[in-house]
Design a protein. Structure first.
Length: 268
């Protein structure tokens, strides 16, 4: 399995399937799909072709996620990981199925991973190590018994992950322009409804919940240390993203005046 992981992570366009989480800055974002793949995803790809692509990605997600979690643990009896995979993958299956039927254009945008902004590329490159550490440490923690998290706390972590994922899916339903990269399409409009009426970046709120709850869901206090680095990474990403939106998206400056907070109401 370790050889499989090395081959998969080393292939362009497949590294982004490491978790297939809607994490806009973690390792799935730190990859660049081949230009041919991006063109097909954005222009000529039919729904059956898109379905086959996501089936392949889904299989790859299971294999790579399993390798990242179970190889460090040294056993398949790592029950935290089984529950966590179910919490991530089962909702993902239903979400992708729904979007294939109702919003295939959104899924095509999600396949475009080449960042145009230099700041975004630097943030993503800097996030690789912290991301991997956040998901490798829990398996080592389970193997060597560094943490002792009660089962109710672990399950509470899984619930927070699920809630964060639910928020991300809610954003998808509200905003069909929710690309993986920082970009503005020609016909794009400012979204002010739903969760966007509360904070300007609700998807990142969901990502933050998922990412920070994952170490607890996987039974590791130690993994909270690398996971916490998502906070400064998101701050840098959001600041640059808002510069791009103010520059390229009409009406965004007015929207900022209407919705004051970026991520956490009353704080930031």
């Amino acid at each position: 399995m370790s050889r499989m992981l090395q081959k998969a992570v080393g292939r362009p366009g497949l590294r982004c399937a490491t978790l297939n989480m809607p994490v806009e800055l973690a390792a799935p974002e730190a990859c660049a799909a081949p230009r041919e793949e991006m063109s097909m995803a954005g222009e000529t790809q039919s729904t059956p072709e898109l379905t086959r692509k996501f089936v392949r990605l889904g299989v790859l997600v299971v294999l790579i996620l399993g390798a990242i979690l179970f190889i460090p643990a040294g056993t398949l009896r790592y029950w935290h990981a089984w529950i966590y995979m179910g919490v991530l993958l089962i909702p993902m299956l239903f979400a992708v199925r729904y979007l294939l039927r109702n919003s295939p254009e959104l899924l095509k945008r999600r396949l475009q991973t080449r960042e145009r902004e230099r700041t975004q590329r630097r943030v993503i490159a800097a996030s690789w190590g912290w991301f991997l550490a956040s998901f490798i440490l829990p398996g080592l923690d389970f193997r060597f018994g560094w943490s002792s998290i009660p089962m109710p706390v672990v399950l509470a972590g899984d619930l927070v992950v699920l809630l964060g994922y639910g928020l991300v899916i809610r954003v998808f339903a509200e905003n069909r322009y929710a690309a993986r990269t920082v970009q503005v399409d020609e016909d794009q409009q400012v979204i002010k409804t739903g969760p966007y009426a509360i904070v300007r970046h609700p998807m990142y709120v969901g990502v933050l919940l998922m990412y920070l709850a994952s170490p607890v869901a996987l039974g590791s206090y130690w993994a909270l240390i690398p996971a916490s680095f998502i906070i400064p990474m998101l701050v840098v990403r959001i600041r640059n993203e808002e510069q791009v939106l103010e520059r390229d998206l009409g009406g965004y400056r007015e929207y900022k005046g209407e919705t004051r907070y970026r991520l956490v109401p009353g704080i930031w």
